[in-house]
Design a protein around this ligand. Structure first.
Ligand SMILES: NC(=O)c1ccc[n+]([C@@H]2O[C@H](COP(=O)([O-])OP(=O)(O)OC[C@H]3O[C@@H](n4cnc5c(N)ncnc54)[C@H](O)[C@@H]3O)[C@@H](O)[C@H]2O)c1
Length: 442
């Protein structure tokens, strides 16, 4: 072993092996969740590859370049295997994963037909649902319990039953439910004691996603939030996660337009090119688009989407280049497009002597095709973090999120490449390997 590949024992963690079954529970069995489940089932039947999953497809360099050690991440860290995953979830509308996939219309009939039986077997449990948080949806498969504490207890019972029936060693939860209406944290979210008192008193400020998050953490289940609404990014949830030694991750899957933004903006900044404005607009026609057509639900999404540019471009450090930016984000519900979103970006930049230039991006993406691998990676990495004894906010998973949570309330990192370095270096360190700095020496 060369000197530079000395192991970093001080950062190495004892990681329990990934034995037995891993349950992945999803509140919200819609387009993203059904595409995710169908993709994993297809991959384990040899019908397709899990493209977009860093945990499954990416290699990781170890030690000095000259050492030529470059294993797949899944061979380097002890992750649960795809064959060991069991799925479950809740939904107020979709009866099972097959019906959800057919309604979503993301995957073609031919791709679904050979796995339809397995998908049909994933039956949605009755949801904790309150129409005021998602006014565009009319849910019928809901728990007929008015008390929020009783709803939380019913979810904990569901989790326990799922764990037992499927013989799961470990369970993780990823919120794939609709974006809830905009909300600021209130007094009921301050401490765990306040939150529990609020559950008992049916406090209006407690939304369904928060009840799921509470039930998950109380059941020793790590929780990730794929939508922009408030859930584990609340003081009370962080307190509970730390108390119970559980990883939490939030929020809002970084797909489509924001993924592009966090690819392009760091490049402009790296070359010290100025930015005057960034106009982003989208059309999409799926159920998510319909929910986001409501101004209160869009407001939740907007604040998550708007945050990325400021932290990447640091206008306070570079006022001449980034001190005067108009950043506008729009989403329009347009049914003919279904899940195949079209996102346009009109980017006004300037260069040498202030001369203006323009960049136009027209991304014809498939939202759920981009989100599905993120669900897989978050589930596998949260499970890893749990077995590695890492609790609270997992900043190293910011890579996957539009509005990453930070443990100390500091500004999150949005630059995709810095996020990727952080993710890979965290894995290296946990496994007792040296972080890679990409310096001339390394
Ligand atoms: N697809 C993407 O690229 C992407 C990116 C970032 C975030 N998201 C977010 O992920 C979430 C899922 O997206 P989608 O395209 O699958 O939407 P979708 O509308 O197809 O699915 C959401 C499902 O959640 C269900 N639901 C609503 N409230 C619920 C509750 N209280 N309990 C259980 N289920 C509930 C709905 O009935 C629906 O079936 C949305 O919040 C979306 O904003 C998606």
């Amino acid at each position: 072993m060369t000197e530079s590949s000395t192991t970093y024992d001080s950062t190495a963690r004892e990681i329990a092996p990934a034995t037995g079954k891993l349950g992945i529970l999803m509140p919200g069995m819609g387009a993203v969740a059904s595409t995710f489940m169908a993709g994993v089932i297809a991959a384990r039947n040899g019908l397709g590859a899990p493209i977009g999953s860093v945990a499954q497809m990416a290699h990781i360099r170890l030690g000095n370049k000259a050492e030529n050690r470059n294993p797949l991440i899944k061979d380097f860290v002890p992750l649960a295997g795809l064959d060991d995953i069991v799925f479950g979830g809740w939904d107020p509308i979709s009866p099972n994963a097959f019906e959800a996939a057919k309604t979503a219309g993301v995957l073609e009939g031919a791709d679904l037909s050979s796995i339809s039986g397995e998908l049909e077997g994933i039956v949605a449990m009755d949801a904790v649902f309150e129409p005021r948080w998602v006014s565009r949806l009319d849910g019928t498969r809901i728990k007929e319990l008015t008390s929020k504490m009783e709803q939380a207890e019913a979810l904990m019972n569901d989790i326990e039953r799922f764990r037992e029936q499927n013989g799961c060693d470990r369970v993780v939860m990823v919120w794939c439910g609709s974006t809830e209406a905009y909300q600021e944290p209130s007094e009921v979210h301050a401490t765990l004691a306040d939150f529990e008192a609020g559950l008992k008193a049916d406090d209006d400020n407690i939304s369904p996603s928060q009840i799921y998050a509470y039930a998950a953490l109380m059941s020793d289940v790590p929780f990730a939030n794929g939508a922009p609404n408030l859930s584990v990014d609340l003081e009370c949830m962080q307190e509970l996660a730390i108390q119970r030694g559980l990883p939490i991750v939030g929020k809002d899957f970084k797909t489509g337009q924001t993924l592009m933004k966090t690819l392009i903006a760091p490049g402009l900044k790296a070359r010290m090119l100025g930015l005057r404005g960034w106009y982003s607009t989208n059309i999409l026609g799926n159920r998510d688009g319909e929910v986001l057509d409501d101004p209160e639900n869009f407001k939740t999404k907007e604040s998550s989407k708007l945050g990325v540019l400021d932290t990447i471009l640091q206008p306070e450090t570079y006022p001449d280049l980034y001190g005067n930016i108009d950043h506008v984000v729009r989403i329009n519900y347009y049914p003919p497009r279904g899940d195949n979103k079209e996102g346009w970006d009109a980017i006004d930049i300037f260069g040498w002597l202030g001369y203006p230039m323009q960049i136009k991006v027209d991304f014809l993406c498939r939202d759920s095709i981009l989100a599905a691998p993120i669900v897989l990676d978050l589930a596998l990495f949260m499970d890893l973090a749990h077995r590695a004894g890492s609790s609270g906010v997992q900043e190293w998973l910011s890579f996957y999120l539009k509005a990453p949570q930070t443990a100390d309330g500091a500004e999150p990192e949005h630059d995709l490449f810095i996020q990727q370095t952080k993710l890979k270096n965290t894995l290296r360190e946990w496994m007792g390997e040296q972080p890679v700095t990409h310096s001339e020496a390394g």
